[in-house]
Design a protein around this ligand. Structure first.
Ligand SMILES: Cc1cc2nc3c(=O)[nH]c(=O)nc-3n(C[C@H](O)[C@H](O)[C@H](O)COP(=O)(O)OP(=O)(O)OC[C@H]3O[C@@H](n4cnc5c(N)ncnc54)[C@H](O)[C@@H]3O)c2cc1C
Length: 348
């Protein structure tokens, strides 16, 4: 699909350690279901592409054939090739190309070119052959086809990390966070049939801290728009109540209108002892177990580790304690939920 950016706002307030962007993309005839993800291939940032072009001494407008397409050197480096952070296998091919001993490590092309320059300009064509294409990244869709029409929304955490006393950002989350209004963005829909809402009259329990909230905003908007009768219980968590309560107004509205039957939140850094979603699950374990006995489906979205592992451990403890079961019986109970597609995860 070809879309246009309609909104790009940071959901975190000033003073937060986080930067989570709510991005709305308008596009005609988009087909997706709640639970699907959006796939996007990011572009390399100009502050990396420009110095590489200069170092290579290649003419920006010089054309190359790349995957049966004629493309200029500049566009190739900006939109097609992974130059940002090269895997070891590419670094070792580069070492062979420049006939130098280079330690087996991940590194950006810019640093590589600075430390181990190409032997001559003509090697650029060979360099293109060893570089790999930019890989797509997935983002859980946070809008609903019934509620949001010709728009698709995503919830993107800008991945910031420290390397050698320098702040760096992940390629795609940085690219998306910086997208200006009305800019074009190409994307595709990545279907996820393993993460679907149950029948309208069935209850759901959703555990989605941080950006894990994304598909549940989609679920709730969809259930609201279709007047689905099943009950909805959300567990959300993040660092601070004041700065990091993503989609707070919408969620509280859904609580008031009854779309959300229950909402429990955990803000880990507001108290001396860290409180996470799994602690809130345990606190309300008796009711949670009762919902499961009544046929509810349980969904988890967000960080694979440690969140989804801790949540699963807690689920087992809840079943053990409130179902008066041995740990083996609790494991069996959860296995049964999986077999019935009532325990679903979308974790990354
Ligand atoms: C099904 C699915 C759904 C997802 N849904 C969401 C979602 O709703 N919201 C969301 O925010 N994310 C989501 N993700 C994660 C998302 O796809 C990306 O993985 C995430 O945004 C990071 O990608 P990036 O390109 O920004 O970082 P990358 O550039 O891929 O970097 C990833 C990591 O590599 C390391 N790294 C990269 N460059 C360097 C460097 N120069 N030096 C040292 N280390 C480096 C860092 O550790 C960094 O954290 C989802 C993933 C999946 C699989």
């Amino acid at each position: 699909y070809n879309g246009s950016v309609l909104t790009n706002i940071n959901l975190n307030d000033r003073g937060s350690n986080k930067e989570t962007h709510h991005i709305e993309i308008g596009a005609d005839n988009i087909e997706y279901l709640p639970g699907d993800s959006l796939g996007v291939i990011p572009e390399n940032p100009l502050h990396v592409v420009e110095p590489i072009v200069d170092l290579l001494g290649v003419k920006r407008s010089q054309t190359f054939s790349f995957r049966n397409q004629e493309i200029t050197a500049f566009e190739l480096l900006k939109t097609k090739l992974n130059i940002f952070y090269l895997p070891e296998r590419v670094v070792s091919k580069y070492a062979a190309l420049v006939e130098q001993e280079i330690p087996a490590t991940k590194i950006g092309l810019l640093d590589l070119l600075r430390i181990y320059p190409l032997k001559n300009k003509e090697q650029f064509a060979e360099l293109v052959n060893i570089l790999e294409p930019i890989s797509p990244r997935l983002y859980s869709i946070s809008s609903s086809p019934e509620a949001h029409g010709a728009e698709v929304h995503i919830t993107v955490a800008r991945d910031k990390f420290h390397v050698n006393d320098e702040w760096k950002c992940g390629l795609c989350s940085d690219f998306l966070s910086q997208l200006p209004l009305e800019s074009n963005v190409e994307f595709y829909i990545h279907k996820n049939n393993q993460f679907r809402l149950p029948a309208d009259d069935k209850d759901v329990i959703m555990i989605g801290p941080g950006t894990g909230i994304a598909p549940f905003r989609s679920f709730l908007a969809q259930r609201d728009a279709t007047d689905a009768g099943g009950k909805n219980w959300l567990f959300f968590g993040d660092q601070h109540f004041v700065t990091d309560f993503l989609y707070q107004t919408e969620l509280q509205n859904w609580l008031e209108t009854g779309v959300l039957t229950r909402m429990n939140v955990a803000f880990s850094r507001d108290t001396k002892e860290k409180v996470y979603v799994q602690h809130k699950m345990m606190k309300h374990g008796k009711e949670l177990y009762q919902w499961l006995l009544n046929g509810a489906s349980l969904y988890i979205c967000g960080a694979r580790e440690p969140m989804s592992v801790d949540v699963e451990d807690t689920l087992l403890q809840i079943v053990e304690k409130f179902g008066d079961k041995s740990i083996e019986q609790a494991v069996q109970f959860v296995e049964q939920l999986k077999d019935e597609s009532r325990y679903l995860k979308d974790v990354y």
